[in-house]
Design a protein around this ligand. Sequence first.
Ligand SMILES: [Zn+2]
Length: 239
Amino acid sequence: MENQIIEMNSLLNKNSIQLSHLTSDEIGDEHISTGIDTPLLANAFEMSDADKIAKIEFHFKEIMETMGLDLSDDSLKGTPHRVAKMYIQEIFSGLNPANKPKIALFENKYQYNQMLVEKDITFYSNCEHHFVPIFGKAHLAYISSGKVIGLSKLNRIVNYFAKRPQVQERLTMQIAMELQSILATEDVAVILDAKHLCVSSRGIKDNSSATVSTFYGGKFNTEAVKQEFLKYIHLNTTY
Ligand SMILES: [Zn+2]
């Protein structure tokens, strides 16, 4: 199966797409999202993390028992607490703005106007339709408007947005919007190349496909600039 390539720029102005005409299975299997912002309740962060962990633990135990699992077994009895803690403190910690990485910029005195590329950033996320992993590589680039960012901070930004229930398109856009905002420039490119376990381990069970999503802002829409970026990351130029 050929890799699926998604151009994100066309989604920019469609921040709220109505999906009410689709069934929940159709939305999940096609991995359609409603917009760039993660849908959150107004009171999403009123409850403390400790209370969220206790509540998820209670409900996850119910799920396991509903499936017929015996939670008096020594191997299983700690699982609801482990899952709850993992959700809040690790794999979904990027939902909470309090966990957003603090970014310091510094003056770019010597490389003004050069392209900066950070490639092969490994990320782990989870599909918001099935709650199973999406994982892959992120490739980022920007042209400095006079400020530069520490390279490790680029990894932190990718991982902050990855640690949410996601769809790949939204993750691509959230990273791109954040970079444009922090760096005060439109000239940002983001490519995500990812595997979705909800495609390979269930549903159509396709093990070989990957999904590539791209965002090109500002000068990256110029063919020569785009090609320079693609050359650095050694990707097929049809991306
Ligand atoms: Zn999925």
